[in-house]
Design a binder for this molecule. Structure first.
Ligand code: S3P
Length: 424
């Protein structure tokens, strides 16, 4: 629970930074490699504690992960875990594994830390049970989860009311074990890593703009090279965007359209953004991104843009405070169900730094004045709040102290050192 105090120089920043491997793709690569029987190789895995939670959970199922190498007995040979499977702080680990396990013959209990135990899991019940999957939450719809031990799961068609990639992926992984094809539909804006990946190996296809069909069957062992995480790069892009004269370049980033909301917001606010596709992973574009600072103005963020910038919305509040005019986020009630209540935690952060912010049940409005003061920000145990506050420190009018700053290790253990190097 260590605190940390940071203060930038306030000068424009010129930097080129290789950010760590994408968290969403790391979880997916590990689980797909574990579903396959045999030896897979995953290079560039995200270094954070969440990805380590997936590695640990899979090892409880009999999957051996040694560095980049993954040896699995295949989902049909997964071991019944002797103790509850611990997903740590990672909602993605819990939801994706609950999906894969629910239609398998392996019975498991999934648990998490105090924060994960508060997060909503009931959203998985309808889609997984539609396939004949076994899935039970505690009485208030949270973990511990009891999953698996299904007999004869069959394909199903479902529509969910959230643009949630986690729920879509849990369903897709569950549907791979079913007899016959399945489809899932949802509102737009979600990251479609899983859909692109399954399509690239013949296990699925789009049947409408947001409706995807899963074609069950075995997954082969493979080699994956994970690109950089846009949700980590976002803090560096924000540094560049806020101060005219700055420029940050981040090579080999996942450019999945469902991850580009933050870049679109920076561009709409007035920053200069350049993204060049240089490759792909499983049908998912990868490329280099350059952001240059300009004077920023307020914008309205709503609709599908909310889902495609969801993890970056606390950071949007910081960027907006350093711009001019009002920035409003609406239709983002889901933010209250993340690692913290991110609407409340974002408001507390901006207020602690003497910025102007008002909240609503489904979002917030920030009054940009071009100024934030130093102050003390409670991370609320949430890596994205701690990292947004550290970014604010680059140009704040005094030192910013972050309480429980170590929580950044959930996604990027070297984050503060990297940030401080850009402004030294
Ligand atoms: C994720 C999807 C998003 C995101 C989370 C990671 C994923 O959650 O907020 O950090 O890897 O699928 P939802 O799908 O619940 O919106």
């Amino acid at each position: 629970m260590a605190d940390r105090t940071l203060q930038g120089t306030g000068d424009p920043i010129l930097a080129s930074v290789q950010v760590p491997g994408d968290k969403s793709l790391s979880h997916r690569a590990l689980i797909l490699a574990a579903i396959a029987e045999g030896d897979s190789v995953v290079t560039g895995l995200g270094p954070g504690e969440d990805v380590a939670s997936t590695v640990r959970a899979l090892s409880q199922l009999g999957v051996v992960v040694k560095g980049d190498e993954i040896r699995s007995p295949g989902i049909k040979g997964w071991h019944t875990p002797e103790t509850p499977v611990d997903c740590g702080n990672s909602g993605t680990t819990m939801r994706l594994l609950a999906g894969a396990l629910s239609t398998s013959s392996v019975r498991a209990e999934l648990i998490g830390d105090a924060s994960l135990t508060q997060r909503p899991m009931g959203r998985l019940a309808m889609p997984l049970r539609a396939l004949g999957g076994i899935f039970a939450t505690s009485t208030n719809g949270t973990s511990p989860l009891q999953v698996g031990g299904a007999e004869g799961p069959v394909g199903a068609s479902v529509t969910i009311d959230l643009a949630s990639a986690q729920v879509r992926t849990a369903f897709a992984f569950a549907a791979l074990n079913a007899e016959g094809d399945s489809t899932i539909d949802s509102p737009p804006g979600f990251r479609d890593h899983t859909e692109r990946w399954l399509a690239s190996i013949g296990r699925g296809k789009w049947v409408a703009a947001t409706r995807y069909q899963i074609h069950p069957g075995p997954i082969e062992p493979a080699s994956y090279d994970i690109p950089g995480d846009p949700s980590s790069a976002a803090y560096l892009w924000a540094l560049a965007a806020i101060r005219p004269g700055s420029q940050v370049m981040t090579p080999a980033i996942s450019l999945n359209p469902g991850r580009l909301g933050f870049l679109q917001i920076l561009e709409e606010m007035g920053a200069e953004v350049e993204a060049v596709v240089t490759g792909a992973l499983g049908g998912d574009p990868v490329g280099d991104v350059v952001v240059r600072g300009r004077s920023l103005h307020g914008v309205v963020i709503e609709g599908p843009l909310v889902a495609s910038a969801l993890d970056e919305l606390p950071l949007v509040a910081v960027v907006a405070a350093y711009g001019e005019g009002v920035t409003t986020v609406r239709g983002a009630a889901e933010l209250r169900r993340k690692e913290s209540d991110r609407i409340a935690a974002t408001a507390a952060m901006i207020t602690a730094l003497q910025g102007g912010i008002e909240t609503a049940p489904d979002g917030f409005s920030v009054v940009g004045t071009g100024f934030l003061a130093g102050g003390t920000v409670d991370s609320a145990g949430d890596h994205r709040i701690a990292m947004a506050a550290a970014t604010a420190a680059a140009y704040a009018d005094g030192p910013v102290t972050i309480l429980d700053a170590d929580v950044a290790a959930v996604s990027w253990p070297e984050f503060y050192a990297t940030l401080e190097k850009t402004w030294s």
